[in-house]
Design a binder for this molecule. Structure first.
Ligand code: PBG
Length: 331
């Protein structure tokens, strides 16, 4: 039994100095907990700032390789790559997603050549390639078709795996796609390519800057509520996770991050699988805006939010603040 009687119990005793705060800390944060998402664009020597994501740029492949080296030097084990596809290559059938020489595949090969030790995670979804910015292909009424989309996602995952992706991360929320992708990876000779399922991905207002970064915001027709989850639901997230695990996911992800830590905690308590969260673009932007307005210290906000993910049960976090945090953690 815990003795709660004062003064035998003085909870401030173990807070008296940083040495003993460190000693009793229940959670730790290290650069190895972080995945750094990066945006890619065509060209050479290009670093285009993203207005709604201050401090983050779209990089051409050569510059991206430099960032991958930086990630490695900072002790960040994995990077996540997102392409900004030129408008002329966006079509109704998203065929550019299956081009083995598309921007993401060239980026994967360049990073693998230059920094072979770093893990590469790629998004499996069609929104960088569709004319209407949806994650799948649509019928005449604008409804995103599940099984037809799933077939293309399988091909997209194979194209990425063949280029050298280590983790494919379906972010599309089609039913059944994890199983279909796992089967195809096995049959196509990629038994060690991992799947991180965006298992509980919510239809969120926090994705705005990301859509600017990949160039899909202005294109998007309607919303994604017919495939992404309703923020009012929590138990449904457990069904999503259970299905993705049954279908062969190696990791599951909850997204967005901070507003959904209750989901992280429920998933962590229920399942024996690594749980990740994505601290998404709108969350990054909020922290930057708060700091710019003088409402809080940026570095402290970054570290406090990242430790919150670990405390909630995450084994790792995707965050645009990954390099900032890794530097603060003194890699
Ligand atoms: C798209 C995708 C999105 C994000 C990751 N993959 C946006 C969306 O679903 O519209 C969001 C990431 C972020 O906001 O940082 N498949």
């Amino acid at each position: 039994m815990i003795d709660c009687s004062f003064p035998a119990a003085r909870l401030r005793r173990t807070r008296v100095g940083s040495w003993c705060r460190d000693l009793v800390a229940e959670t730790t944060l290290a650069p190895s907990d972080l995945i750094w998402p990066m945006f890619i664009t065509e060209g050479a020597g290009v670093e285009e700032p993203i207005a709604t994501l201050p401090g983050v740029s779209r990089c051409s492949v050569d510059k991206l390789v430099g960032q991958a080296r930086e990630a490695r030097a900072l002790g960040i084990p994995c990077i996540a790559l997102f392409p900004n596809t030129p408008p002329g290559l966006r079509t109704e059938d998203a065929s550019e997603a299956l081009n083995p020489d598309n921007l993401i595949c060239r980026a994967i090969r360049a990073v693998k050549d230059a920094v072979p030790e770093i893990g590469i995670l790629t998004d499996v979804a069609l929104d960088p390639y569709t004319a209407d910015g949806h994650d799948g292909i649509t019928d005449e009424a604008g409804y995103v078709l599940n099984d037809e989309t799933s077939k293309i996602l399988v091909e997209q995952a194979l194209v990425q795996a063949s280029a050298g992706a280590d983790i494919v991360a379906p972010s599309d929320m089609m039913d059944g796609r994890v199983g279909a992708i796992r089967k195809a990876l096995e049959e196509d000779g990629h038994p060690n390519v991992q799947i991180m399922a965006y298992a509980a991905k919510y239809a969120s207002a926090f994705y705005g800057p990301f859509r600017d970064a990949v160039g899909s915001r202005g294109l998007l027709k309607g919303d994604k509520k017919s495939y992404q989850m309703d923020p009012r639901n929590s138990t449904e997230a457990l069904r999503e996770v259970a299905m993705d695990i049954a279908e062969g996911a190696d990791h599951v992800m909850v997204k967005p991050g901070l507003p959904y830590l209750d989901i992280v905690r429920r998933v962590k308590e229920r399942f024996e699988i690594p749980v990740f969260a994505y601290q998404v673009s709108g969350e990054y932007a909020m922290i930057e805006a708060a700091a710019a307005a003088g409402a809080g210290d940026r570095d402290a906000l970054v570290l406090e939010t990242l430790i919150a993910f670990k405390r909630a049960g995450c084994v790792g976090v995707l965050s645009y603040h990954a390099p900032v945090a890794a530097r603060l953690l003194g890699a």
